[in-house]
Write a protein that binds this ligand. Structure first.
Ligand code: AMP
Length: 405
């Protein structure tokens, strides 16, 4: 598959590899949300089942490796992958052996005890500082577990770590079905989107998303900006924003983006009204502004009803939509109306044939909050950071490492 930035990367696909009966080391992203050792959302595990079933059908012995949270290079039971094993066993329908470490004797023994058509799940890679240091010796120890490497952790592909980068030099490798699906959607949107192509970027900070905004402004027909970052854009246009979130040092770049949009003939839509409060508290008295201006002592916490209509209609009339980031402090019910409207508009657009692509954990939680199922949109990316970096046009280390010369 040729993909990404662009034509530079040639990636082998798992379905083209000769791996019948072999042991295969698969990098997955099982960084699942947990509450006291109980998995609260198994989406990331389910997303890997297609690759796992494919390998089981080829009589492979599968060794899975993943990170979970940020244990900072030390063993910490809070970040153990152990609870994933029984969940995976149910979903995959085969025996899952859990190795108490990802390298060393414990790992070697567990891998050796597993038969073909069985799975070994290694303990958290990030118990070892060498993982994030992209250490070659550590990667070499991981490589000893198998004869072939499959990259299926889209959420970790923008990191140059031992299990995503160094490992690819040590074993022949390919990308799994999850990574293929992610790249197909994101690539199509960047190279040849059905038009109108509309992007909605929300969330807290301009600084996190400035690069993707620069990239999108060359590709989209309409760029909508919501959430906390919209106020810096409004301030850049000399609109009053009261006490709303502002990144003073990003005003210059916000102006540059607005100017670029003007030059490229790209429509840029900022909130035309807002839900405002004097204090960010769930029970705070709220008001809706009559215009895009926010009075002195007020804070913008959600888009207002006119903007809901405006953004909703734009989404429903588009053929390709990319959405990253909520348009309000959606975690608080009182400030979630705008984000829910956007989520529902995404589902409706999908029903009418548009390609809808969502990225970012918050965006996916927003869907749930609006009672919109992930199956009601075309593609929910499993990697917020990775999908943004891909859309920025960056070379993703996990793909570069696997690309064929
Ligand atoms: P991000 O991770 O950049 O997508 O940001 C998500 C966060 O942005 C969520 O936690 C939201 O509560 C926050 N957010 C959205 N709108 C606002 C706003 N108007 N003011 C402050 N934070 C916001």
């Amino acid at each position: 598959m040729t993909t990404g930035n662009k034509a530079i990367l040639k990636l082998a696909k798992i379905q083209d590899a000769h791996i019948k009966g072999k042991s295969v080391l698969v990098r997955v992203d099982y960084n699942v949300p947990m509450d006291k050792g109980v998995i609260t959302d198994d989406t990331r595990i389910k997303e890997t089942i297609k690759t796992i079933k494919f390998l089981l059908d080829l009589d492979c012995r599968i060794v899975l490796m993943s990170h979970l949270g940020r244990p900072k290079g030390k063993q910490d039971p809070k970040y153990s992958l152990a609870p994933v094993a029984p969940c995976l066993e149910k979903l995959a329908g085969v025996k899952v052996h859990f190795a108490l470490d990802c390298v060393g004797e414990a790992a070697k023994k567990t891998v050796a005890s597993a038969k073909n058509k069985e799975i070994v799940l290694l303990e958290n890679l990030r118990y070892h500082p060498e993982e994030e240091a992209n250490d070659e010796n550590f990667a070499a120890q991981l490589a000893k577990h198998a004869e072939f490497f499959v990259q299926d952790a889209f959420g970790a592909i923008h990191r140059a770590h031992a299990s995503t980068s160094a490992i690819a030099k040590l074993l022949p490798g390919a990308i799994g079905f999850l990574v293929q699906k992610e790249l197909e959607y994101l690539d199509k949107a960047m190279i040849n989107p059905a038009r109108p192509f509309v992007a909605l970027i929300g969330g807290a900070k301009v600084s996190d998303k400035i690069n993707v905004l620069y990239s999108l402004i060359d590709k989209v027909d309409t760029l909508m900006i919501g959430g906390g970052m919209a106020y810096t854009f409004l301030a850049a246009q000399h609109s009053n924003i009261g006490k709303s979130l502002l990144e003073q040092e990003k005003i210059r770049e916000a102006r540059e983006i607005i100017l670029k949009a003007f030059k490229n003939n790209v429509e840029i839509l900022l909130p035309a009204d807002h839900v405002v409060v004097k204090e960010i508290k769930p029970d705070a008295a709220k008001e809706t502004t009559q215009s895009m201006a926010i009075a002195e002592e007020w804070i913008g916490v959600d888009i207002g009803p006119r903007t809901e209509l405006l953004f909703g209609e734009k989404i429903k009339s588009a053929k390709t939509i990319f959405w990253n980031g909520p348009v309000g402090i959606f975690e608080t019910d009182a400030f979630s109306a705008g984000t829910k409207t956007v989520a529902k508009a995404m589902a409706e657009a999908t029903k009418h044939g548009a390609v809808t692509i969502l990225g970012g954990g918050d965006t996916v939680s927003a869907l749930k909050k609006a009672d919109v199922g992930v199956e009601q949109v075309s593609h929910c990316s499993t990697g917020g950071g990775a999908s943004l970096e891909f859309m920025e046009g960056k070379m993703l280390p996990g793909l570069v490492a696997l690309s064929q010369k």
